[in-house]
Design a protein around this ligand. Structure first.
Ligand code: HEM
Ligand SMILES: *[C@@H]1O[C@H](CO)[C@@H](O)[C@H](O)[C@H]1NC(C)=O
Length: 521
């Protein structure tokens, strides 16, 4: 007779056997796959061969843009960063993977950027290519060059408040956190453009309702949870319950958006906006919400109330920090290179003298005619693009060959904008340097190099998934920069060393301290 104790010890032994067997099978399968995979010879750090742990760990340190550059310096144009993820740095990838007609959908990393509930659709993380193209078409016009005139007044208003704040700091000789103030500007402008209402960051100068901190949490969450996107629905629920991952700020933002929409509905009912619309000409302000509401009225099936809600919300999430980071880069690089800021001030003065640069409200059209200003902005977004992770895409059926390496269906490939922009073959041996002149000189030299630079220049991404808001962001930057550079002098604290940054998808400066002075001219 077998007693109870020996029965359970036998069961335990069986269980251990089974676990051991499964582990061995798993290791054998892993070895078999690694040894037979066409990707077995792709170089990379040893630990990158095991799942995504290495990539997760590195990204969590907040300097992936530098790590990614170092990996390509060490291993060449194709580097394994996880067992199924390959970072590519070669212009070849642009046509093959990111062209407008390409069949490479976004990878699972993007899943963590949306609500796990599939009905909560949004544009940026959409992975279904057909549904994406279908939806993007409906909203394209609201972001077009020709709709910018409607938004200029909102930018003027925020630029004016921003300059007032700077004048206040200058009067006290204050040193300020410029990245924070540019963030306040960018949030208020996008709130104004979208809903005719600023959040009030510029007026208050502080993080209202913890919104900035909360959005930072959203970024950190998406960046890391996306690497293990399978677990996103579970982690999302838990972290929401615990109030992590920016849940409170997200709630505040959703409430803000909801209130703006309800307010607009009320105004429509009382005929207020009808009256306003009667007085409107093509140049007078028409905010985003109004365009969305009109689209909804015209075709309620294609533009649903949910779209009205979601597109407005995504403007704020996708359009504020990115613009703030880019503005910081423009100013920072100018301050790092005093000769270049003087050259820009000189250009503005010449345009001023010719009456081609309005004061205070520099028009978008005027700014487009200033070649050095354009080159400065372009170069600042090259040396410090706002996004600092590879734009991951999935290889479709049939596979793809990149840099002589075959990638079978299902592999994940991507180029990091930072790697593209620092490629010395494309941008020259001085690729590391901030030199706006490269965009002007090369144009004069016939343009072969310029063409190659343009093709590998991607601060707004590439192809069908390129940033829909890029014209709006240029509107915000082009009108502000000449105005502040004309009125103020800035002194960079810690000018002797580069600034520090933190990469959570957006590469944000963390110590951009600047002293503001009024210019005496
Ligand atoms: C200088 C400022 C900006 C930068 C550097 C920037 C950068 C980017 C990049 C790199 C992408 C593509 C990401 C990918 O492939 O994964 C993107 C997409 C997007 N951006 Fe921007 N962005 C900026 C401003 C804005 C603004 C102002 C808005 C809205 C008003 C906006 C809305 C969007 C949206 C909705 C998408 C997703 C588009 C799609 O998937 O079809 N962005 N942006
Ligand atoms: C500049 O724009 C602001 C804000 O829209 C407006 O109040 C002001 O009158 C404008 N100034 C000039 C000179 O047009």
């Amino acid at each position: 007779m077998v007693d109870h104790a020996s029965q359970s010890s036998m069961l335990l032994r069986y269980a251990l056997w089974l676990v051991g067997l499964l582990c061995t099978a798993r290791v054998l399968l892993f070895l078999y796959m690694s040894l037979t995979s066409p990707l077995r010879s792709v170089p990379g750090p040893f630990f990158a061969r095991f799942g995504r742990v290495y990539y997760f760990w590195k990204v969590s340190r907040g300097h992936w843009e530098h790590d990614n550059l170092a990996l390509h310096r060490k291993y060449g144009p194709v580097v394994r960063v996880a067992s199924d993820m390959y970072s590519i740095d070669s212009p070849e990838i642009v046509k093959k993977v990111y062209s407008v007609g390409s069949k490479f959908p976004k990878s699972d990393w993007y899943d963590a950027w949306k609500h796990p509930d599939p009905s909560r659709w949004s544009l940026f993380p959409e992975r279904d290519m057909k549904r994406h193209a279908e939806t993007r078409k409906r909203f394209q016009a609201m972001y077009s060059m020709s709709s910018l005139v409607n938004y200029e007044g909102y930018v003027d208003e925020c630029a004016e408040i921003f300059c007032k704040r700077l004048a206040g700091f200058a009067a006290h000789g204050d040193t300020i956190d410029m990245a924070h103030w540019l963030q306040c500007y960018a949030f208020d402008v996008i709130g104004d453009i979208t809903y005719s209402q600023r959040f009030g960051f510029l007026d208050k100068g502080e993080d209202i309702a913890g919104l900035l901190r909360a959005l930072h949490g959203v970024l950190k969450y998406g960046t890391l949870a996306g690497i293990y996107a399978r677990w996103h629905p579970l982690i999302f629920r838990i972290s929401n319950r615990l109030g992590l991952g920016g849940a409170t700020g997200r709630t505040y933002l959703m409430k803000f958006v909801g209130e703006r929409i309800r307010q607009r509905e009320k105004e429509t009912k009382t005929g207020k906006d009808v009256q306003k619309a009667g007085q409107r000409n093509e140049k007078s302000p028409m905010d985003f919400l109004e365009k969305l509401v009109v689209a909804n009225k015209e075709d309620p099936e294609r533009v649903t109330p949910y779209h009205v809600f979601m597109m407005g919300l995504s403007n704020i999430i996708a359009g504020s920090d990115t613009t703030a980071v880019s503005l910081s880069s423009i100013l920072y690089n100018l301050l790092k290179h005093p000769a270049k800021i003087r050259k820009l001030q000189q250009e503005i003065k010449e345009f001023d003298d010719q009456g081609r640069c309005s004061n205070p409200n520099v028009s978008f059209k005027e700014s487009q005619e200033m070649p050095y200003l354009q080159a400065v902005m372009k170069e600042a977004l090259r040396v410090h693009p706002a996004t600092g992770l590879p734009l991951w895409r999935v290889v479709p059926r049939g596979g793809v060959e990149l840099c002589g390496q075959f990638f079978p269906e299902g592999s994940i490939v991507g180029v990091n904008t930072w790697c593209a922009h620092y490629n010395e073959v494309v941008f020259g041996p001085d690729a590391k340097e901030f030199r706006p002149e490269r965009w002007i000189d090369n144009e004069e030299q016939g343009g072969e190099r310029l063409k190659r630079m343009e093709a590998y220049y991607m601060p707004f991404g590439l192809g069908s998934r390129t940033c829909i808001g890029r014209h709006i962001s240029f509107l915000e930057m082009s009108k502000l920069i000449p105005q502040i550079v004309r009125r103020f002098d800035f002194e960079l604290e810690h000018a002797e060393r580069p600034w520090n940054t933190d990469n959570n998808w957006f590469v944000k400066p963390t110590d951009f301290q600047v002293k503001v002075k009024l210019r005496n001219e």
